[in-house]
Design a protein around this ligand. Structure first.
Ligand code: HPA
Length: 274
């Protein structure tokens, strides 16, 4: 067993001391979505601090725990809080939780985030379903010795965001009457927001929205064969696309405002898996 699997197994052992819950799907909650975890019919909770070697977020307002329970009849592992590359954690730590979710038995992974809108189709408050991503500006989490028991050295990334889950997401949005745009997510390192010149570059590259998480998690998940779905909450127009300066507090306010629709969409989507 390689060093990565060793860490994953130790985390799973610590979680298994508290619960034998078997999730079918996993959900990572981004900004403003924390309340979703409270609606899950919880079977168990495990704080990240109870798991040896597990990364703990340094961002104010980000809780750090797993909630295991049911969305409708679907058994789900929910991550309330994630760590970001900009916090200083190596990529291996940033994606460790994703690998743990896979090792716990999740087959489908739902990733959510707050993002800056680049596409003219997106307004502050829009939801965007991820069709693909650009990770060229952050290091790959797969750099280093390959963990062959997880996946191949050179994994295919042709369909990171599952067409099947995208169709289910669109159907769930339509059923609830929630507008859902589609586009390519680009991950930048943060923690600074981008410059207007960087946003013009990202626009020319075909990016619809920009954020500081998710794509690296999706890559680690695809490496180990999980089916991935991603949704961004556009909390602001990206730098230079409006006359406003970017501000974390405003990002949080918009994320909170949209959270009703966002939670409704996720609920419909996850409950519909069972
Ligand atoms: N850029 C990067 N990440 C973000 C943004 C942004 O404009 N808004 C929310 N997360």
């Amino acid at each position: 067993m390689g060093a990565i699997m060793d860490r994953v197994r130790r985390c799973v052992e610590d979680i298994r001391k508290k619960t034998d819950f078997a999730p079918r799907a996993a959900l990572v909650l981004g900004s403003g979505l924390g309340g979703f975890a409270d609606k899950v019919r919880a079977a168990a909770q495990v704080d990240y601090s109870e798991i040896g070697g597990f990364p703990v977020s340094t961002v104010p307002g980000h809780k750090g725990r797993f909630v295991f329970g049911y969305v409708g009849d679907t058994p789900v592992a929910v991550m309330q809080g994630r760590v970001h590359y900009y916090e200083g954690y190596p990529m291996e730590d940033v994606v460790l939780p994703i690998r743990v979710l896979g090792a716990l038995g999740a087959k489908e992974l739902f990733l959510t985030n707050a993002a800056g809108g680049i596409s003219p189709k997106l307004a502050s408050g829009s939801l965007m379903l991820l069709t693909d991503h650009i990770t060229t500006f952050v290091p790959s989490p797969l750099i280093g010795p390959n963990e062959d028991s997880l996946g191949p050295r050179f994994p295919d990334m042709t369909e990171v965001y599952s067409l099947r889950l995208r169709e289910l997401a669109k159907r769930a949005a339509a059923k609830r009457g929630i507008p859902l745009e589609e586009g390519v997510y680009v991950q930048c390192t943060g923690p600074n927001y981008e410059t207007p010149a960087e946003i013009r570059m990202l626009q020319a590259l075909g990016a619809g929205a920009v954020g500081m998480s998710t794509a690296c998690e999706a890559m680690a998940a695809r490496h180990m064969g999980l089916e991935v779905c991603g949704v961004s909450c556009v909390t602001n127009l990206a730098a230079g696309l409006s006359d406003k300066k970017l501000d974390h507090q405003e990002v949080q306010e918009i994320a909170d405002r949209v959270s009703g629709d966002f939670q409704g969409l996720l609920w419909e989507l996850l409950a519909g898996l069972a």
